[in-house]
Design a protein around this ligand. Structure first.
Ligand SMILES: [Mg+2]
Length: 421
């Protein structure tokens, strides 16, 4: 390097450093002025009626900024949020982990709906913290590894053994732009869902078995889907905790020639040893985790390497920080993370920030894009929510989104109020 080019290089480097520092310094006075001075005033909810009730959580402050989060659906969530808010009101919203820990301590080891409610509050805290500090949430989680998130489409299940409707569903998903998709092949469902109706293909739904004919039927459907889609599209299958270990293993092995992306929840979700036995004996990658609450419940699945892909749901597992902790821990075993997701766009964007900030992330689920007004629950530019099968990472403060109040209010669940109004 000549002395001239060296001077030029260091000059440019200094300019870049100065620009970077000036951006940080611009944020600092604002941050310094609010540290410890903003207090949480209230926590309220608004439930949107989708195919299920989706619970939005709003945390307001005495200084004006507010945060919006979302909790996974299920019974008892609103009661738990109403009970938990006493642990955050009057507190500094920038103390996210401290407040998360307070709420978890108050749960006294009872998770389930409690964990889901805490997830809604925790995600709202991150949105609020980002808005107070003037930075996107991914910055607060350690920065980003990517600018857009691969999204996989959880397609509708045609509920037939005829491959044709399945292929049509796959092509519809491809036409939207998805490059990854998942199929619920256990479409005859579990006992309670269709009790009293005859099963056309299943011999029995309670004993966790699958017949050779059912296996052949599923392989046939997948072969037709893969042939119709052509190369370059990842295919996953979800069996919703349905089978005994041996039958699930036979099914996973029957899938091997298809090179599936992953096989999700082939056995019930609580036994890491059973899943580890299955995972070790098949080339088909195994995913699990949407039922698990907290790092503690993920521990045996990670330490026993019971799966290849961990599948936490940020709106249920304890929030964004818990999701990242689980994923970074699993990364020590070189397990990747796909995020389960059944939410409004608020939950999707909340998940996007932790997915961007997590090294081992591979894909985020899309469950509700087929609902015509779903993407309009937040202010958008009218384009595709997932252009090219990806979710662009917002860069504005907090989650970088704004609720479309008119659309949200039009789809409030029966009896639900608009954030306490
Ligand atoms: Mg699933």
């Amino acid at each position: 390097m000549t002395s001239l080019s060296r001077r030029r290089f260091f000059g440019l480097a200094a300019a870049a450093w100065t620009l970077e520092q000036s951006q940080i310094l611009r944020a600092m006075p604002s941050a310094e002025s609010v540290f410890g001075k903003v207090k949480i005033r209230d926590v309220t909810t608004a439930t949107i009626q989708m195919n299920y009730p989706a619970h939005l959580v709003k945390i307001t402050t005495d200084q004006g900024p507010f945060g919006i989060g979302e909790a996974y659906h299920g019974p008892g969530i609103l009661d738990n949020i109403a009970d938990l808010k006493r642990h955050v009101i009057g507190q500094d919203p920038l103390q996210v982990d401290y407040l998360l820990t307070r709420m978890l301590e108050a749960a006294s080891g009872h998770l389930g709906a409690r964990s889901t409610a805490i997830s809604g509050l925790e995600t709202a805290l991150w949105d609020l913290a980002g808005k107070i500090l003037g930075v996107p949430v991914y910055v607060l989680l350690g920065g980003k590894f990517r600018d857009k998130l691969l999204v996989y489409h959880d397609t509708g299940a045609p509920r037939t053994a005829d491959p044709k409707p399945w292929v049509e569903e796959a092509l519809r998903s491809k036409d939207y732009g998805f490059r990854a998709m998942k199929f619920d092949l256990d479409w005859e469902g579990r006992g309670p869902g269709i009790a009293g109706k005859p099963y056309r293909y299943r011999r029995e739904v309670w004993n966790r078995t699958i017949t050779p004919e059912e296996m052949r039927q599923w392989v046939r459907i997948l072969e037709e889907i893969i042939k119709a889609l052509g190369p370059g599209i990842d295919i996953a299958v979800d069996c919703h905790w349905e089978y005994n270990t041996r039958d699930a293993l036979r099914l996973a092995q029957a899938f091997e020639p298809l090179s599936l992306w992953f096989f999700e929840d082939p056995v019930p979700p609580e036994n890491a040893d059973a899943l580890a036995r299955l995972s070790a004996a098949t080339r088909t990658p195994i995913a699990t985790g949407e039922n698990l609450d907290s790092r503690a419940q993920f521990r045996p699945f990670i330490e026993k390497q019971a799966c290849d892909i961990i599948h936490p749901d940020p709106q249920r597992v304890g929030g964004l920080l818990e999701t990242k902790r689980i994923a970074d821990w699993a990364d020590l075993y070189y397990l990747t993370m796909a995020c389960h997701h059944m939410c409004t766009p608020v939950g999707a964007y909340a998940a996007a920030h932790v997915c961007a900030a997590t090294r081992s992330f591979v894909a985020l689920e899309s469950d509700s894009i087929d609902l015509p007004w779903w993407k309009d629950l937040v202010v958008n530019d009218g384009g595709k929510f997932y252009p090219g099968g990806y979710l662009p990472l917002p860069v504005k403060p907090g989650f970088g989104i704004e609720l479309n109040e008119e659309v949200c209010k039009r789809h409030l669940a029966p009896g639900a109020k608009w954030f306490g109004g």
